[in-house]
Write a protein that binds this ligand. Structure first.
Ligand SMILES: [Zn+2]
Ligand SMILES: [Zn+2]
Length: 325
């Protein structure tokens, strides 16, 4: 934790008056109740077939990878470029993850990097504790996470992003009903698919992603910067497809990798690199060794460059910049 988060008594009173978001509270309460009560009861009395668990695994990987590679590394930080077909796939599977539209997610995330640990400007400030940074920040209309899209003007020019934002609710609900329903009809186990590949997958996806905002700012090492609460945590990297190297990420947010060593568990990095061999991703950005050394020596108080730019000093393209096919 940061030693002295700047809390102000008068501002705290106003901050805590924020209206409750009953729609969000209801969504979390409903999905959690079905996943934690309905799934074990059904399993105890009837058991589950293998196809339901396979669908759970496939959808869990697809949803989490959409958040890590798409929402986070592609749209929030622009650490690489991607073919439109990859963007459409990530946009759809991201909607299935039910973590809000790309536009809102990225807006919150850029605010997090720009004001990390500030209790009034970081939407999920870890200085407010585990619960607030994990889920609490979404349950009220806090002033630290406003519907202000002035920091995502670049994304407002992207039709795929804006289409998803416009139709987010019907799209997210439609996918979360339609996918388990379609799989259930295909395998003859509709209820099982809804319970395991629908509700249970949703809460596992939610909490593993939320761990990055909470635990990855609380437990772990800080080899790259001690200027903020972000930590490197290998166990979290296993659960979050590579996002656990969060101290490195806050120091070098323009790098398409979070785990930079070849042995670091970072499937998101591997997927982005793998797709580049087929021209489906390109312009992969990495921080140079010189930048690594400089950052290690000085515990810089602020994050590195938030969004990768082709001209950014100290950031280079690690692979060919041929256009995506
Ligand atoms: Zn963070
Ligand atoms: Zn980030």
């Amino acid at each position: 934790m940061k030693a002295n988060p700047v809390f102000d008594a008068a501002r705290e009173v106003e901050f805590r008056k924020a209206n409750k978001r009953w729609d969000i509270i209801g969504m979390f309460a409903g999905t959690t109740a079905v996943a934690l009560i309905g799934v074990p009861l059904y399993g105890y009395f009837y058991g589950f077939t293998a196809s339901a668990w396979i669908a759970f695994g496939v959808l869990f990987v697809m949803c989490n990878m959409a958040i890590t590679t798409g929402y986070h590394r592609l749209w929030s930080h622009k650490t690489f470029n991607a073919h439109w077909s990859v963007r459409v796939f990530l946009m759809l599977t991201g909607a299935l993850a039910l973590e809000n539209s790309i536009l809102k997610w990225v807006s919150d995330h850029r605010r997090h990097h720009g004001h990390v640990d500030d209790p009034y400007k970081d939407p999920y400030a870890a200085t407010r504790g585990f619960w607030f940074s994990h889920m609490g920040w979404m349950l009220r209309d806090y002033s630290s996470a406003p519907m202000d899209f002035s920091n995502v003007k670049d994304l407002e020019k992207e039709p795929i992003v804006m289409w998803q934002h416009k139709y987010y609710l019907p799209l997210a609900v439609g996918l979360n009903v339609g996918v388990p329903l379609g799989l259930g009809f295909g395998f003859g186990n509709v209820l099982e698919m809804f319970l395991v590949a629908g509700f249970f997958r949703l809460i596992v996806t939610h909490h593993t992603t939320f761990f990055i905002n909470s635990l990855a700012h609380i437990i772990g090492r800080r080899p790259w910067s001690t200027g903020n609460t972000a930590r490197d945590n290998f166990i979290l990297a296993l659960l979050t497809f590579g996002e656990g190297y969060h101290n490195y990420h806050h120091a070098h947010p323009g790098d398409y990798r979070n785990g930079i060593r070849f042995w670091h568990w970072d499937p998101s990095k591997w997927a982005i690199r793998f797709l580049s061999f087929f021209g489906l991703t390109r312009d992969l950005r990495t921080a140079t060794p010189q930048v690594h050394r400089r950052r290690q020596k000085t515990s810089h108080p602020k994050d590195g460059s938030l969004v990768a730019k082709t001209s950014t000093v100290g950031v280079n393209s690690s692979v060919s910049s041929r256009p995506a096919a």
